[in-house]
Design a protein. Structure first.
Length: 98
């Protein structure tokens, strides 16, 4: 029984490490996408600022763009995680293993 508990703790630790890695990678990906789009649109942003775009409006524009990157990834991750977790749960907690 102690070996089973140790196995569950180890499996939980591995899952936590994988989740942390995915979170860090997704944050870096979103940051790099925002930086690339901001750097490529420098001239457009300069023209918009010249016309009258305030810095608050610019921050709102970048925030909306970040939300547009994040929402599809959250929906896709949620939809793909449900069958994956169901499969893992049925494999790990199979009655043949007890």
């Amino acid at each position: 029984m102690a070996l089973y508990n140790f196995g569950l703790l180890f499996l939980g630790l591995v899952f936590n490490i994988v989740i942390i890695l995915f979170v860090v990678i997704s944050i870096l990906l979103i940051y790099s996408l925002l930086m690339i789009t901001t750097e490529t649109k420098t001239f457009d942003i300069g023209v918009m600022r010249l016309i009258g775009l305030s810095s608050g409006d610019f921050i709102a524009m970048v925030f909306i763009q970040a939300v547009m990157f994040v929402i599809p990834s959250i929906v896709t991750a949620w939809l793909s995680s449900m069958p994956t977790l169901w499969f893992i749960f049925n494999r790990v907690f199979n009655t043949d293993l007890v």
